[in-house]
Design a protein around this ligand. Structure first.
Ligand code: KIV
Ligand code: ZN
Length: 507
């Protein structure tokens, strides 16, 4: 059985703009529990107060999977890590790391190999003082001199690590080479069988899934991955792609995972709702076109026998027929049931908010689709604390008019209003909001799309705004795209305001 270690909430959250608040992380952790992953890496406890609280909350709440927290190999990190993880008891995993490649040791850590080895062993021993469930990662393992890598792996196993991770931190390796690295460790580290070798592949060359498969063929027992493959830079190994590759090619890949695959699509959609990061349409397994057959010849083959062009069924990944779902006469019960099928388990308060919005939308729009429901949940439920709220907006524009937006907002409970001219209605609206909020943030990206087809479709706007190094995403939807733009911009301002600072040194 290959263990699936999900790091969506830690490495995934390191995707630009993917930062999540505690409530959002908990929501995703519940879905990861349904997916039945073996380990949830919930965050980096020392990185910020927000990370600490999220790891603690998940450790207190989620039953089933082990809960890991990342810690550098220093005592302060490890002590803080356990403070958050202790609530998961024996399911709490301290994941500690230090870089082992010459490049990282020389330029980043400014430490000798002997010092790094010593820090690794001391870190693991410190962690073992709290729990037997300790994982150690040799950061940048793929660019580490092999003999030294084997020495570190052997030493941390002796010190008590039960899992040793061999990450391709910079997404540099290729399958054949990675296979050989794992095989070398299996053959040359005398105590290697006392621990599970784990792999953690980044996707800079688009090879993260292929590399992970090669690694399990060489004897790795754990794969670290993320939903939708989100993560630092080009992302991490995509959980859904790895799991479905193993399942679909069981004929030549004699491995299994515990993942409940029909929860993959709900997990992917939920992550998109939470982060606003949309999946490319041609993405394997969870892209909108992954099961769409366009060419006539393919459609003909499918009608004769599905196996002509379908190597796995849409149902196996949780894709249910997404035709028209609900209309204005649909009741609360049907609404709740469909939301649950889509991966949105809402409490009563949020369900009421979402249902009200659904009724309002169903009055405007005859047909309400799954995508509309995702947008409603993103808009009504995935809200952060609101320092800024939109009260009213009025816009005038046209071929002969200078666009003017009058915006009224509630800021810290007080109503404020202003008007601005702009180069078009969106520009005028965003300028007015910027003036009222006194924000210094720069607009990095603005995208508008329609959630479904038809001129009465919900318009969905995504904006990215940045301040210093930090970039956040905001989303808003409405059948009026100017209102959607205002909501998205205000959502981003709230996220920026409530984002917790992280400032982490290498060790
Ligand atoms: O990519 C990496 O090396 C990591 C480690 C900290 C596991 O994320
Ligand atoms: Zn990583």
């Amino acid at each position: 059985m290959i263990k699936i270690f999900d790091t969506t909430l830690r490495d995934g959250e390191q995707s630009p703009g993917a930062s999540m608040n505690i409530e959002e992380k908990l929501r995703l952790a519940r879905q990861l529990q349904k997916l039945n992953v073996d380990v949830i890496e919930a965050g980096f406890p020392i990185a910020s107060e927000g990370d600490f609280e999220a790891v603690k909350k998940i450790a207190q709440t989620i039953k089933g999977p082990e809960i890991a927290g990342l810690c550098r190999a220093g005592f302060k990190d490890i002590d803080r890590g356990w403070e958050a993880l202790q609530y998961a008891e024996e399911r709490g995993r301290i994941h500690t790391f230090i870089a082992t490649s010459d490049i990282h040791m020389k330029y980043k850590l400014k430490m000798t190999p002997a010092q790094v080895l010593d820090a690794a062993v001391k870190g693991v021993k410190r962690a073992c003082g709290y729990t037997a469930n300790v994982e150690f990662s040799c950061e940048d393992a793929v660019r580490t001199e092999l003999k030294f890598l084997a020495e570190v792996v052997g030493a941390v196993i002796d010190a008590g690590a039960k899992v040793v991770n061999i990450p391709d931190t910079v997404g540099y390796t290729i399958p054949f080479e990675y296979f050989n690295i794992i095989k070398y460790l299996k053959d040359n580290v005398p105590n290697v069988e006392q621990a599970i070798l784990s792999v953690h592949c980044h996707n800079d060359l688009g090879l993260s899934v292929a590399n992970s498969i090669a690694a399990v063929q060489a004897g790795a027992g754990q794969v670290e991955c993320t939903i939708n493959g989100i993560g630092e830079r080009a992302g991490n190994c995509s959980l859904e792609e790895f799991v479905m590759a193993i399942r679909t090619r069981g004929d030549i890949l004699p491995f299994k995972t515990n993942v409940v695959t029909d929860q993959l699509t709900p997990a992917s959609r939920l992550l998109t709702s939470v982060t606003g990061i949309v999946v490319q349409p041609n993405k394997a397994i969870v892209g909108a076109n992954a099961f769409a057959h366009e060419a006539g010849i393919h459609q003909h083959g499918m009608l004769m026998d599905k196996s002509t062009y379908e190597i796995m069924t849409p149902e196996s990944v949780g894709l249910k027929a997404s035709a028209l779902v609900l209309g204005k006469h649909s009741g609360r019960h049907a609404f709740k049931k469909r939301l649950e099928e889509l991966g949105h388990d809402l409490d009563d308060e949020n369900l009421n908010k979402a249902f009200e919005r659904f009724k309002a939308l169903a009055d405007l729009k005859k047909e309400v689709f799954d995508e509309d429901l995702d947008a409603i949940v993103a808009d009504e439920v995935m809200r952060v604390n609101e320092k800024f709220k939109l009260s009213h907006i009025t816009v005038t524009c046209g071929s002969f008019a200078v666009a003017t937006a009058t915006v009224q907002m509630e800021i810290d409970g007080e109503q404020v209003r202003t008007a601005e001219l702009g180069d078009g209605p969106v520009d005028a609206t965003l300028k007015a909001i910027k003036k009222l909020s006194k924000s210094e943030a720069r607009l990095v990206q603005y995208n508008v799309g329609s959630v479904t087809g038809g001129t009465d479709a919900l318009g969905e706007v995504t904006v990215r705004i940045g301040q210093g190094e930090r970039v956040v995403i905001g989303r808003g939807s409405s059948t009026d795209i100017i209102e959607a733009s205002a909501k998205a911009y205000i959502d981003a301002l709230n996220r920026l305001y409530f984002a917790t600072e992280r400032d982490i040194e290498p060790l």
